[in-house]
Design a protein around this ligand. Structure first.
Ligand SMILES: [Zn+2]
Length: 236
């Protein structure tokens, strides 16, 4: 088994899912199973964390399979979506918690936190934490930032309420309490060599450069155009 040097986690969204607003991030359950099965043959699954953003109902079978293989799992929930169609119910969330999945917040209304005033930002973080802590009967200590968008102040405020904050970039120079993640999507889920190298902390220079450029564009262009660019750019 290879040793995992860095703590980059993988980021998934939904499976076989018709209600994911961004179809780019939806995989078939079969594609997911194949990927993590192959990874478990080459790397130690106990050292790898699979994270699931948004709280889609379709993550339940994926998490069960990941647990079976020995991966660590985390689900970050949009609390305004709880109990709505296509999303996890309160009972589902409690069920996942009991299975050993770490439950975290993905904000209350899945809004770009970098565009909120301080009062609204605090509400998004605090209210979501309150609702989830009530469901699982334990303090929620992790947050995943919606769209990976944050400023210095957003990050600082996130840490006022949460111990760990997950972002959507596998940067290597990460702070101690930041969880870097590689997003798995339609264009890269078959590239096991690439995924393996990121998990092992060997992010190549070209990919790092692509990430920096994408972050730069994200702030400048409209979300729709960004989505199109992403398809071309993030092909590995
Ligand atoms: Zn999200």
């Amino acid at each position: 088994m290879n040793v995992i040097k860095n703590k980059t986690a993988l980021l998934f969204h939904s499976f076989d899912c018709s209600n994911n607003e961004d179809n780019f991030y939806d995989l078939t359950l079969l594609e997911f199973k194949k990927l993590i099965y192959d990874l478990s043959k080459e790397l130690n699954p106990n050292k790898i964390t699979l994270t699931f953003d948004d709280g889609y109902f379709s993550i339940i079978p994926a998490i069960k399979y990941a647990n079976l293989l020995g991966f660590k799992t985390k689900a970050y929930i949009i609390t305004s979506k709880i109990n709505s169609r296509g999303y996890l119910s309160e009972a589902d969330i409690l069920g996942l918690h009991k299975l050993g999945t770490n439950i975290g917040s993905h904000s209350h209304s899945h809004i770009d936190l970098s565009k909120l005033n301080q009062q609204k930002l605090i509400y998004e973080l605090k209210h979501s934490k309150f609702l989830l802590s009530k469901i699982i009967g334990k303090e929620i200590t992790e947050l995943s930032i919606p769209f990976g968008n944050y400023s210095k102040n957003v990050l600082k405020t996130c840490f006022d309420f949460y111990q760990f904050v997950a972002i959507s970039n596998p940067y290597l120079k990460s702070k101690k309490k930041l969880i870097p993640r590689l997003s798995i999507h339609k264009s890269n889920h078959q590239n096991i060599l690439f995924i393996k190298s990121v998990l092992q902390g060997k992010l190549n220079l070209l990919f790092r450069l692509k990430l920096v450029l994408m972050e730069f564009f994200k702030k400048l262009i409209k979300p729709k155009i960004y989505k199109k660019l992403k398809l071309i750019f993030l092909k590995n």
